[in-house]
Design a protein around this ligand. Structure first.
Ligand SMILES: Nc1ncnc2c1ncn2[C@@H]1O[C@H](COP(=O)(O)OP(=O)(O)OP(=O)(O)O)[C@@H](O)[C@H]1O
Ligand SMILES: [Mg+2]
Length: 383
């Protein structure tokens, strides 16, 4: 057993091979005033970027649009880290028509599971009778995330009962061996307690600590990365750093994956929390400014297209009504339009044609049946 400031190694064995598993100490780590001082500036920047994002959100009347789009984009990116390949249009089309386009159904399923899990989590924490951020909520989200073929053998909704590892073909040659399964319950309880405990540390820093601790515990057989990233979004809400769920770090973590993994290991091996915290804060600044930019861009796009549509000769009320639905339904089919607008097929068809003529809708592929149309310019800003 080797003593370690951020935790300790315990010797365990699986299939006759013995190895060292890492058991982290409960949060928070001891950080000196001098260490924390190095974070003052990046922290101030990240908080300012969040405030700007909040403002951008407030200036937009139909915030639900953006949340709708951002959550799907996040789901796609977060699932991509693991190698899932699906396009945004295919995911949106699947939600409307159950047709997968060129993406594989298992890939799309993984993304829609992610959307379902994060929506479920936000509903729960916002509803008076719902579950708060807790082990129970993690388990429920895990169950939703693992729905379907790929997750079936990953013990959906349950923390693991066996030893897992990260990198390598067995614990003996792994990059990282998380705590033995019998320690997981206690470690998660400590983490839950920390989320509700008083701490003078800035909430943004606490989120970064919680994320790492969750990854280090690695409580599930799979999906630890996705749940840990979801947890960041939930905590931003919990600690009221954002009024609306508009910040998702998956893009940053994906683009900087090597550094991200390096920091996760550096905490364990070198007790270097500051490097990670700084990396996390930089990500928040970058992504918050990006998100504010995208939200503004989407808003401007819709306004511009609305003007174009109103100026198009022969515009109908139905066409305008359909247009107003597009931000939350950027991929549509005829049956969807007749349902959304409770109108007849010919009227819906006319509205779709008008929007195509105005350069707003474009057909996706060349299907004979169940034709798909996308709000092209809008989706381009998201892709
Ligand atoms: N060296 C490491 N130390 C601690 N945690 C790590 C390390 N390398 C990766 N991780 C964490 O493990 C996660 C992957 O775990 P898992 O496969 O259970 O999650 P996932 O959601 O299926 O995958 P992914 O995060 O790749 O999408 C990574 O996202 C990262 O957070
Ligand atoms: Mg995985």
């Amino acid at each position: 057993m080797t003593a370690q400031p951020t935790g300790r190694y315990v010797t365990t064995s699986v299939a006759g091979e013995s190895f060292e598993a890492f058991v982290p100490r409960p949060l928070p780590p001891r950080l000196s005033t001098r260490q924390l001082a190095t974070l003052t500036e990046p922290l101030r920047e990240a908080e300012a970027a969040l405030a700007r994002l909040d403002l951008a959100g407030e200036m937009i009347p139909s915030l639900d649009w953006f949340i709708y789009a951002f959550v799907r984009k996040e789901a796609l990116l977060s699932s991509e880290i693991e190698g899932t390949r699906a396009t945004l249009v295919d995911v949106l089309a699947w939600e409307q028509t159950d047709q997968a386009g060129d993406s594989r159904i298992e890939d799309i399923e993984e993304v829609t599971n992610y959307v379902a899990a994060i929506n479920y989590a936000f509903e729960q924490i916002h509803s008076p009778k719902g579950a708060p951020i807790s082990i129970r909520l993690f388990n429920d989200c895990h169950r939703i995330l693992m729905q379907g073929v790929r997750g079936a053998n990953k013990q959906p909704g349950e923390t693991r009962r066996s030893q897992n590892w990260v990198g390598g073909s067995r614990p003996g040659n792994a990059v990282f061996v998380p705590p033995p399964p019998e320690r997981v319950a206690d470690l998660l309880r400590d983490l839950e307690r920390y989320i509700y405990a008083e701490d003078d540390l800035a909430p943004l820093l606490r989120i970064a600590l919680v994320h790492v601790q969750f990854e280090t515990i690695h409580p599930y057989l799979d999906g630890n990365g996705r749940l840990g990233r979801m947890l960041i979004a939930l905590l931003l809400d919990h600690w009221r750093l954002l009024k609306s769920p508009l910040l998702y770090l998956s893009l940053y973590l994906k683009q900087n994956q090597a550094a991200y993994y390096r920091w996760l290991s550096a905490i364990r091996i070198e007790d270097d929390w500051i490097g990670w915290l700084r990396f996390f804060l930089d990500g928040v600044s970058e992504i918050a400014d990006d998100a504010a930019h995208t939200a503004r861009g989407l808003y401007a796009r819709v306004n511009k297209d609305r003007k174009t549509l109103l100026a198009t000769s022969g515009t109908t009320v139905t066409a305008i009504q359909l247009f107003e639905q597009l931000p939350e339904h950027p991929v549509i089919t005829m049956p969807l339009v007749t349902r959304l607008l409770t109108t007849s097929k010919p009227t819906a068809g006319k509205a779709i044609e008008l929007l195509i003529a105005a350069g707003i809708l474009a057909e996706v592929g060349e299907r004979k049946r169940n034709r798909l149309y996308r709000y092209h310019n809008y989706l381009q800003l998201l892709e």
